[in-house]
Design a binder for this molecule. Structure first.
Ligand code: KG4
Ligand code: ZN
Length: 333
């Protein structure tokens, strides 16, 4: 079965065609990074307007690259939440229009489920059950995934998401948006032991995350010493990044041990971080019997192929969305 998916929850306009929830026939992403960069972050109104401009060409290109006519599709999937409401609406309205015009069934997909199941597009795919950590610009959430469509939230961030910690930290250091990419690059030249930043301890719910204290610690450091240059800036980036990575690795493996998971899936835009990927791989090697699944970088950051995977299984379960489908900006998975 072949499904067309549309994703417009944040600042990427994306469309993909995926066969049987496993094989990517086309995966098109039109990024708006250059548009938002001069403002230092995503401007919701600009995101919506650019989705309006991009969504039809992106869908056309996906169908062309997949060499498939609209009539040959089995269904259409669309991200309807969580995300920026105006941005989501563009994808939802486009998907509804296509569904009506082409006479195809429509399914809605939760963006976070998309990140969780992106790993099914690589080889080997994970098997259920697995522990899934989604680390993105908007979320830091740990799930017990028991089957497609069956996820239990085990822990999440109390304040900033991991991606926000990267982006806000980068801003303090005068680095360009998106900050995660800039810090990742500079940190490669730095010494991660030059300073020690705090790793938050969240009392009570110890599988929850917190990154606002770390951001404040960086702010104090910069107020006291100024923004360093050259080697010292690289050191600061490496240490800041290391504190984020340490928190994510510790919590994920703590949960795996406690709940006896031997499969771990890491995904979301922050999973593109080279140090995070290496640290998870290292820890997984030490942890006997642990299988780690981290999609290639292109499938970690926002894309529609992952939405197609989730959409395929929702479709197979019989889920359908009607013309009343609306954006659900705070949809909890
Ligand atoms: O999943 P995503 O593409 O969009 C959301 O759903 O939020 O994640 C975007 C986030 C941004 O905060 C960005 O800074 C971060 O992912 N990111 C990275 C890297 N690449 C993207 N963070 C750290 N290192 C990277 N290499
Ligand atoms: Zn995302």
């Amino acid at each position: 079965m072949k499904i067309l998916a549309i994703e417009t929850s944040c600042d990427e306009t994306a469309a993909a065609v995926v066969e049987d929830g496993r094989r990517v026939l086309a995966d098109v992403v039109a990024t708006q990074i250059e548009i938002h960069r001069r403002w230092g972050g995503v401007v919701p109104e600009l995101a919506s307007r650019n989705h309006v401009v991009q969504v039809l060409p992106v869908v056309d290109e996906a169908l062309q690259r997949a060499e498939i006519a609209a009539g040959a599709l089995d269904a259409i999937a669309v991200t309807s939440g969580p995300g920026l409401v105006g941005a989501l609406l563009v994808g939802v309205q486009a998907a509804k229009a296509f569904a009506v015009a082409w006479g195809k069934p429509l399914v809605r997909v939760n963006h976070l489920e998309g990140h969780l199941v992106a790993a099914f597009l690589s080889d080997p795919p994970p098997a259920f059950p697995f522990l899934g950590l989604v680390v993105s610009g908007g979320h830091t959430s740990l799930y017990a995934a028991r089957a497609f469509g069956d996820y239990r939230l085990l822990g999440q961030t109390r304040d900033d998401a991991a991606g926000e910690a990267f982006d806000k930290g980068a801003k303090l250091l005068g680095l360009p948006y998106p900050g995660g990419v800039a810090i990742d690059r500079l940190a490669k030249e730095g010494d991660a032991t030059a300073h020690r930043f705090p790793t938050a301890i969240v009392r009570g719910a110890d599988l929850d995350f917190s990154f606002s204290g770390l951001k404040t610690a960086l702010l104090h450091h910069v107020r006291k010493h100024g923004v360093p240059e050259g080697r010292a800036l690289a050191d600061l980036c490496a240490c800041y990044q290391e504190a984020i990575v340490r928190a994510l690795v510790e919590k994920a493996f703590r949960a795996a041990r406690r709940l006896q998971f031997d499969r771990l899936v890491l995904s979301g835009g922050v999973a593109a971080n080279s140090r995070l990927r290496a640290a998870f791989a290292e820890r997984a090697r030490e942890y006997e019997g642990m299988e780690l699944f981290v999609p290639p970088v292109r499938l970690c950051t926002d894309n529609a192929a992952m939405i197609a995977v989730a959409g395929t299984h929702a479709f197979l379960r019989g889920e359908r969305a009607g013309p009343e489908l609306d954006a659900d900006p705070a949809w909890r998975l």
